[in-house]
Design a binder for this molecule. Structure first.
Ligand code: SAH
Length: 345
C-alpha cells in the first residue's frame, strides 16, 4: 500500500467533508465513510457497498485506512487484556481493555513515551519518543471495539490513561475526542470519555471549554514540595494553579472531577497527607481515586500495606470527600496504572 495515499482513519467529520468536497462529492458521503470506519470498522473500500463501484475504485487509489497490527496480546487472570501495537515507524504503544460488570473500558495511549518523568511511572522512565497521530490514537479504539463486537459486546468507556500526557499532544488528542464523541464516529457521551492529566493547566482550560469530556487529574501529593519531587511538572504549574483549574472545569449536574492519588509507601501515605489532601480539595466537586502503587522494574517505591490504604481512605471519607480505592487490574501482565512502557513479554 502506498504511503502517499491519504489515511482517512483519524479524520474528523468536518475534515472528511472538506476532503470529499474537493472531489466534488455530496456532503453525506463523508458521513457514510465516517460510519464505515468508526462504526463498522472497515479497513478497505470494497466492503463499502453503499458507494458506487467507481467511487470505491477512486478511494482505493487515493486513500487508505491504516490499521497497525496488534503484535502482542496478553490476557490477565482478571480478564483485562493488553494490546501492543507496532506503529508504522516501528514504535510500540500499548492499550488496555478492562471488562467490568456493566462496562468495557479501554485505556488508550496518546504519546510514544512521555516527557514528564514522574518518578513512579514506567512510561516516564522510557522518555519521550513522539506524539501519536489521531489515526494511531483512534485505531486503538477501533481495534478494541471490533474485537468486542465479535463477541456481541460494545465498548462503553474510553480513558486517556495509557502512555503519554494527552494534554501535551492537544491537536491530535482533540481530533480523537471529536471522533469519539461524534454521532458519526463512536457516539460516546462526554461522560464516558475521560482525559487524565498530570496537570498541564493552560491546556486543561482550553480542553474543558471545547469538549464536555470528563477529567481526571493525577494529584499524587497534597503539598508543592512533595509533588515537585514526584512530578517535575509541578514546578511549572503548582498546586494552587492546578486546583484553581480543577475548580473551573464546567460540570454537568451530578458530575465530578476525579483526582487520582498514587499511594507510595512512606512517601505520600501518612495520615497528615490525607488531612492535607482533604483540605486542598475542600469545596471542590471531586472524587478521589486512590491507586496503591503498582510495582515495576524502574519504580523505587512500594505499595503501602492495606491498613495504610484504608486509613488514608477513611480520613478522606470522614472529611466528606468521596473516595474509592482503585481495584488493581491486569498487574500480572504489566497492564496496571503506571506499568505501560511499550515492551511486550
Ligand atoms: N499523563 C497522564 C495520563 C497517564 S494516566 C496522567 O498523568 O494523568 C496514568 C495514571 O497512572 C496516573 O494517574 C499516574 O499517576 C498513575 N501511575 C503512574 N505510575 C504508577 C504506578 N507505578 N502505580 C500506580 N499508578 C501509577
Amino acid at each position: 500500500m502506498s504511503p502517499t495515499r491519504t489515511d482517512l482513519k483519524g479524520m474528523t467529520l468536518p475534515e472528511l467533508e472538506a476532503y470529499f468536497s474537493r472531489w466534488g462529492k455530496e456532503r453525506y458521503r463523508a458521513r457514510q465513510i465516517s460510519r464505515w470506519i468508526y462504526q463498522r470498522f472497515a479497513e478497505d473500500f470494497t466492503a463499502m457497498t453503499d458507494l458506487s463501484k467507481r467511487f470505491r475504485e477512486d478511494l482505493a487509489q487515493n486513500c487508505r485506512i491504516s490499521a497497525p497490527p496488534a503484535e502482542g496480546r496478553e490476557v490477565s487472570s482478571d480478564g483485562t487484556e493488553k494490546f501492543l501495537f507496532r506503529l508504522e515507524d516501528g514504535e510500540p504503544v500499548e492499550s488496555v481493555l478492562i471488562p467490568e460488570e456493566d462496562r468495557r473500558t479501554l485505556c488508550i495511549s496518546s504519546q510514544v513515551g512521555c516527557a514528564l518523568r514522574c518518578v513512579f511511572c514506567a512510561t516516564g522512565a522510557m522518555g519521550f519518543r513522539r506524539n501519536m497521530t489521531s489515526s494511531e490514537i483512534v485505531h486503538q479504539v477501533v481495534f478494541a471495539a471490533k474485537r468486542l463486537k465479535e463477541r456481541g459486546l460494545r465498548l462503553t468507556n474510553v480513558v486517556f490513561m495509557g502512555m503519554g500526557e494527552p494534554l501535551e499532544n492537544m491537536t491530535e488528542v482533540a481530533r480523537s475526542i471529536e471522533i469519539l464523541l461524534s454521532p458519526f464516529g463512536f457516539g460516546l457521551s462526554g461522560k464516558r470519555v475521560t482525559v487524565s492529566t498530570a496537570g498541564v493547566v493552560p491546556v486543561m482550560r482550553e480542553l474543558a471549554k471545547k469538549y464536555p469530556v470528563s477529567f481526571a487529574i493525577s494529584l499524587n501529593a497534597p503539598r508543592d514540595d512533595l509533588r515537585s519531587r514526584l512530578m517535575p511538572i509541578n514546578r511549572k504549574y503548582p498546586l494552587k494553579e492546578l486546583v484553581g483549574a480543577m475548580k473551573r472545569i464546567p460540570l454537568q449536574s451530578g458530575r465530578k472531577v476525579t483526582a487520582e492519588y498514587v499511594l507510595l509507601s512512606g512517601v505520600n501515605d501518612a495520615a497528615q497527607d490525607a488531612r492535607d489532601l482533604a483540605r486542598l480539595l475542600s469545596g471542590l466537586r471531586v472524587k478521589v481515586n486512590l491507586i496503591p502503587c503498582n510495582p515495576h522494574d524502574l519504580c523505587p517505591f512500594a505499595s503501602p500495606p492495606t491498613e495504610t490504604v484504608d486509613r488514608f481512605r477513611d480520613i478522606l471519607l470522614s472529611a466528606g470527600v468521596q473516595t474509592i480505592t482503585r481495584e488493581r487490574r491486569g498487574a500480572d501482565i504489566r497492564a496496571a496504572c503506571g506499568q505501560l512502557r511499550g515492551a511486550s513479554g
